[in-house]
Design a protein around this ligand. Structure first.
Ligand SMILES: Cc1ncc(COP(=O)(O)O)c(C=O)c1O
Length: 420
């Protein structure tokens, strides 16, 4: 059922529409590859989090989709931002997010990034190591500021997701072992330019079963209780993002209310504001990627459909063997065949779908790749010197280009002229 992906995505008389707009018309007007996002879907998702978690601070994880127009939608719905770089801070401020609603994680913050975030007076740094505490303390001292910090703890919980997006296990580079955390908190408390205000934890992404969240929350609450006993004033408990979304037609996914039912009982008796950092579950199913069939190629029993979107536009299939559902933009009664849907990039790993049943395609047909609003454009590149795609936002039958298609000249704007 299409509406299980996105209630604003539907076939009308055999033609695929998003929020009242025919996708073929958009592809013809703006060209392909084209990312199309549904505004109402994004708004609804943030509202779902706010309803499930009254009083919590919902910080949209900008890494999922950093287009400032998307961040601005999150802001309009009252969200803050979870950032992992100076660039994401810049985009969040550009979108109008209040610094007092920005939280900053990341294992490798640079000096320049730390200064920028301190000067911007963000809500808190989610610190991931002793060394980072020292650097933050020094820079804050130099700038005459006090840095608000949470320590990112690693609860050693298996989120049962792809290993590349599991972040809360002992072997991962993220956070501080929760068993070591008390020592690190005491150390942070001794540094005069830091103010310890919270606990941070993020166990992974595309999590489809809420039980690992319960385990992580219990461990975080134990730490909270120890910290309170030692006299720390913990104002925030940040349980990160990670809620999974529907990618496959037969797969169901938890909703924010399911997460709330699982973790809120664990937080009874905690006197700290809850912070959450959802990314994928806000924007993932807001977006489709439109692509046009270029060529068809048969190699014995193997059929290839070669389209104009490649791994440079959407890397998830190549990187995580991720499944993305693919639909024809115009339905047909042609017979179905099993094909590999591949891009134009010079890599065998350049595919959008493998062994997929699709109606027989013709040159010029349009396809829609679903569930690409998160980690789609954000992970795209110019590999093989292919300019990055255009992004368009639709709302109630209207559309707005929120990123022009790159031209070759844009790519070389930052390259000094050649001599001679
Ligand atoms: C610290 C942190 N917070 C939040 C997120 C967002 O996760 P998701 O998009 O799965 O909700 C991530 C993603 O990797 C993250 O590393």
């Amino acid at each position: 059922m299409l509406s299980e992906y996105n209630p604003y995505l539907e076939y009308r008389e055999g033609e695929l529409y998003l929020e009242g707009l025919p996708l073929k018309g958009l592809a013809e007007e703006l060209g392909t590859p084209l990312y199309v996002y549904s505004s109402s879907y994004i708004r609804d998702r943030i509202r779902a989090y706010k309803e499930a978690f009254p009083g919590a601070l919902i910080c949209y994880a900008v890494k999922a989709n950093f287009n400032p127009h998307i961040i601005a939608l999150a802001k309009e719905e009252g969200a803050g931002a979870d950032i992992v770089s100076g660039g994401e801070l810049y985009a969040s401020l550009l979108a109008g997010i209040e610094p007092s609603k920005i939280v900053y994680a990341g294992v490798g913050k640079t000096l320049r990034e730390v200064e920028y975030a301190l000067e911007s007076d963000i809500l808190m740094f989610n610190v991931e190591s002793y060394m980072e505490l020292d650097v933050l303390n020094q820079v804050a001292g130099k700038l005459g500021k006090k840095a608000r910090v949470a320590i990112r703890v690693n609860p050693d919980v298996d989120p049962k997701t792809h290993p590349y997006i599991s972040t809360g296990m002992k072997k991962s580079k993220f956070g501080v072992d929760i068993k070591e955390a008390m020592r690190e908190y005491r150390y942070a408390g001794s540094l005069k330019n830091l103010k310890v205000v919270g606990i941070h934890c993020h166990i992974g992404s595309q999590i489809l079963d809420v039980s690992p969240y319960i385990e992580a929350t219990q461990k975080v609450v134990d730490l909270y209780n120890q910290l309170i006993k030692e006299g720390f004033n913990i104002e925030y408990i940040n349980l990160g993002g990670g809620l999974g979304i529907k990618y496959k037609p037969d797969q169901s996914n938890p909703e924010p209310k399911d997460l709330a039912e699982a973790i809120l009982p664990e937080l009874k008796g905690v006197n700290a504001r809850l912070v959450l950092e959802p990314g994928r579950s806000i924007v993932g199913n807001a977006g489709v990627l439109l692509t046009q069939v270029q060529f068809l190629k048969d190699k014995g029993h193997k059929h290839f459909v070669i389209v104009d979107a490649g791994m440079n536009d959407l890397v998830r299939p190549a990187m995580y063997q991720a499944y993305h559902h693919v639909l024809p933009v115009i339905k047909s009664d042609r017979a179905h065949v099993k094909v590999d849907l591949v891009g134009p990039i010079c890599e065998t790993g350049d595919f959008l779908a493998l062994d997929r049943e699709l109606p027989i395609m013709e040159r010029g047909d349009y396809l829609a790749v679903l569930s690409v609003g998160a980690y789609g454009f954000a992970m795209s590149s110019q590999y093989n010197l292919r300019p990055r795609a255009c992004e368009v936002l639709v709302e109630k039958g209207y559309h707005r280009v929120i990123r022009e298609r790159e031209e070759y000249s844009h790519i070389f704007d930052v390259v000094p002229p050649l001599k001679g």
